[in-house]
Design a protein around this ligand. Structure first.
Ligand SMILES: [Zn+2]
Length: 399
């Protein structure tokens, strides 16, 4: 295999999470046990340091009909609102006609906030289901995969191009990045939000590794990719969403001055050694330890006769459940907010999913798979916590 970013063949296997089902493939009852499994392995490029999966589940399988809705959780929507306000103030205060393209626009949550501020908005979303929800909500959305061909078809320049999370998902990485170069106005800004590998390592959040995330970036490795397409990062900061989301601002070369906070983050990356292969080997060892600890915790809870429900049925939770090999013997069910997952089963481990506010029973322990909403979950459940109900977080994100 060749590195997805720099084409080098000098890659080393650093993390092996075994064979796993595609983790967004929540199952109907009759599909249980029939889902395919694929290798879930992270390779490190010894040439450009980018970590990446070696096995690609075809994008038509993964993104044709996904059930992730960004509008579902309050903290995510207010995060998107913050981004829109920030971008509007900083890059468009003097502009009369301001336009934004959102790549992987999901249900249109991000664009709604831009529209409110008077922006001309366009979304591109590959899931028919979510594109439809978005269009019905009045956010014009193309049901397509964004790449250079789509960019040429749209044939417009945008002041802002936004991509939240999707930058991981890209099978056609170079075509998408050339598309962005093509669609970006001369003084335009590409706002890219991505899971930050340095934070993933620091939080031991290995559940962020799944087939949809083909690439795991740091500022250093993202710069390698952008440079290939004549783009450069001029600013970045870390947002606390998803346990560590980097927000980077990218422009045509030399258009914007590099900020101090960007220089500081780059320095911190260097000092942490997070771009070295040793850091990945260490991370792999910590992941193995987590498996031992978590399985032990759940088994002793079971032994003590305690009832355990999973809190949240997030996509990433399936990486963890499958790697830990934890099924209904240890966790009875998963409680989820997203109604599209009502009465489905988790891929691989086949734990039934119920809608949170439709279940009255209270277990002894909530095993929180949606750990990235730790604050929200703890503050919403104070009453239960005072009654002695335990909330166990397999991953504890740093503030
Ligand atoms: Zn490489």
């Amino acid at each position: 295999m060749e590195c997805r970013v720099c084409d080098s063949q000098d890659l080393t296997l650093v993390i092996d999470l075994g064979n796993q089902p595609w983790c967004n493939n929540f199952l109907e009852k009759e599909e249980v046990g029939k889902e395919p499994f694929y290798p879930l392995r992270v390779l490190y490029c010894n040439n450009c340091s980018t970590s990446q999966l070696d096995y690609t589940v075809k994008k038509e399988i993964m993104f044709g009909n996904h059930t992730y809705l960004s509008g579902v959780t309050k903290s995510l929507s207010s995060h998107f609102e913050g981004i829109a306000n920030e971008v509007d103030k900083r890059f468009a205060s003097t502009k009369r006609n301001k336009s934004v393209l959102d790549i992987g626009s999901n249900d249109g949550t991000q664009l709604k906030h831009f529209k409110k501020l008077g922006w001309d908005v366009l979304g591109v979303e590959s899931s028919i289901l979510t594109a439809d929800i978005s269009n019905k909500a009045g956010i014009p959305t193309l049901n397509k995969y964004y790449n250079l061909d789509t960019a040429r078809e749209i044939n417009r320049k945008f002041d802002i191009i936004n991509a939240a999370g999707v930058f991981f998902h890209l099978e056609e990485l170079h075509s998408v990045t050339s598309g962005i170069k093509f669609s970006l106005n001369e003084d335009g800004v590409f706002v890219v939000q991505f899971l930050y590998m340095k934070s993933i390592m620091e939080n031991n959040a290995f559940d962020q590794i799944y087939h949809e995330h083909l690439l795991y970036y740091t500022l250093e490795t993202l710069s390698v990719l952008l440079k290939r397409h004549d783009l450069e990062i001029f600013d970045a900061y870390l947002a606390p969403i998803h346990g560590g989301q980097m927000i980077a601002f990218v422009g045509h070369p030399g258009k914007f001055e590099r900020t101090e906070r960007l220089e500081k983050l780059i320095l911190e990356e260097k000092e942490s050694n997070c771009n070295t292969i040793e850091a990945y080997f260490d991370f792999a060892r910590r992941i193995e330890l987590m498996k031992i600890e978590n399985v032990e915790f759940l088994k002793s809870a079971k032994k003590a006769g305690k009832k355990v429900f999973g809190m949240g049925a997030p996509v990433k939770g399936n990486t963890m459940l499958n790697y830990f090999n934890v099924g209904t013997d240890l966790i009875e069910c998963l409680l989820e907010k997203n109604e599209l997952r009502r009465n489905l089963y988790s891929p691989g481990m086949h734990i039934p999913i119920y809608i949170e506010n439709e279940v009255n029973e209270i277990p002894d322990i909530y095993y929180v798979l949606a750990w990235n909403f730790k604050k929200e979950i703890l503050s919403n459940n104070q009453e239960l916590i005072q009654k002695g109900i335990e909330f166990y977080f397999p991953v504890n994100p740093k503030e």
